[in-house]
Design a protein around this ligand. Structure first.
Ligand code: NDP
Ligand code: MG
Length: 381
């Protein structure tokens, strides 16, 4: 029986993680649920899963939860996420919070030698060197939840890095894959939130439309698998059936396929190295799909992807700036304060103005993260 702390329980990945846990009551139980503010979604989950600890974003929400569940221990903020992630009883931390706010809890859980199922890619983009260095030091496994990285992890299947020619990440293309750059000028928030293949949280859906999601994933793959950027490629694959591939030196290519359903990589991260039944997921019917499509990426139309490669290759604090500028710009776009194409412009400006710091420590990263958000807000004025 694995005891789980789940950060981001009310989100798209959080809810699907609980779907998986619900299927296998003999294998998993919930120690702690952490969420931000969405009590409508959270209350029924707390009733059903009866966690020992609940973590929320601020004091107001804490009081609401305490009022409803007087016997449950309620914590708040980053300190609360850290306590819930490092508690003695916890076996696995599922980090499915949105944004770099998940970084301190990830670091603390590694130091407490917890197994980590990582959906929170911003953590690896903003501080990949620190996370991976700590994971090596404390000999902790970071199991990918992101579907592309789960596919690569499965396709690598323990092979040596020297045998790898390149990693090939597939991209569905997001909501705007058939639009020209001119078309992108007038797109709205609702247009961007309408993803063809996956139902996800708002921020990652915008990231998919801007192709920044793929950029973040390239950086995530670099850190998780210790592969240089020159050996990581992206290919457009509309059907999202091949979740990603590894090409080896002998030209052999190994891929992982399945219907697009996040419960598959979520469950694999929780059961690895075993596999359990996943009855609620549709089987892949290749005869019905019949044809799969592949196209090269257009790096001019999807400038965010190019910016991500540039920031990744520069390294150091540059990816912290990339991530923070993107989080801030997407928030402004979702609030209707900037246009879709302003997102990439604001990120580019932030990258241009930044002087790279080679090996930033955790405090430096958290400071740069806050400063970058502030700067992005001020360019706007
Ligand atoms: P959602 O926006 O659906 O959910 C985000 C979760 O994080 C919510 O539970 C939210 O709480 C919580 N949260 C946000 N800010 C804070 C905060 N400051 N303190 C505490 N909790 C907070 O996101 P997704 O589930 O889509 O994505 C989560 C992560 O997984 C992201 O890093 C994303 O890139 C990654 N991912 C997602 C995929 C998907 O299919 N959705 C696929 C692959 C990766 P509340 O709403 O209650 O405020
Ligand atoms: Mg992905």
């Amino acid at each position: 029986m694995k005891q789980i702390t789940l950060l981001g329980a009310t989100g798209s990945i959080g809810i699907q993680t609980l779907d998986v846990i619900r299927l296998h009551p003999d294998h998993f139980s919930v120690y702690a649920l952490a969420f931000g503010k969405n009590i409508e979604k959270a209350f029924p989950l707390i009733k059903e899963f009866e966690p020992e600890v609940v973590v929320v974003q601020d004091h107001t929400v804490k009081q609401q939860v305490e009022g409803e569940f007087p016997t449950i221990r309620v914590l708040q903020g980053t300190g609360g996420m850290i306590a819930a992630s490092t508690a003695e009883k916890v076996d696995v931390l599922v980090n499915a919070v949105m944004g770099s706010v998940g970084l301190p809890a990830t670091m603390a859980a590694i130091e407490a030698r917890k197994l980590i199922a990582i959906a929170n890619k911003e953590t690896l983009v903003t501080a990949g060197h620190l996370v991976m260095e700590a994971a090596r030091k404390y000999q902790v496994d970071l199991l990918p939840v992101d579907s592309e990285h789960s596919a690569i992890f499965q396709s690598l299947n323990g092979e040596k890095n020297e045998s790898v020619e390149r990693l090939i990440l597939t991209a569905s293309g997001g909501s705007f894959r058939d639009k020209t750059r001119e078309d992108l000028v007038g797109v709205t928030v609702d247009d961007a939130l309408n993803h063809p293949n996956w139902s996800m949280g708002a921020k990652i859906t915008i990231d998919s439309a801007s192709m920044m999601n793929k950029g973040l994933e390239v950086i995530e793959a670099h850190w998780l698998f210790d592969i240089p950027y020159e050996q990581i490629d992206v290919i457009l694959h509309r059907e999202s059936v091949i979740h990603s591939m590894v090409e080896y030196k002998d030209k052999s290519v190994i891929a992982q396929l399945g219907t697009p359903d996040m419960k598959v990589p979520i469950q694999y991260a929780l059961t690895y190295p075993d596999r359990l039944d996943l009855s609620m997921t549709k089987r892949l019917n290749l005869e019905e799909i019949a044809t799969l499509h592949f196209q090269p990426m257009d790096y001019e139309r999807f400038r965010c992807l190019k910016l991500a490669y540039q920031a990744g290759k520069e390294g150091g604090s540059m990816t912290t700036v990339l991530n923070a500028a993107n989080e801030q710009a997407v928030e402004l776009f979702l609030k209707g304060e900037i246009s879709f194409l302003d997102i990439e412009t604001l990120i580019e400006q932030a990258l241009e103005r930044h002087q790279t710091i080679r090996k930033p420590d955790l405090d430096t990263i958290l400071t740069i993260d806050q400063e970058t958000r502030q700067q992005v807000r001020s360019y706007l004025k």
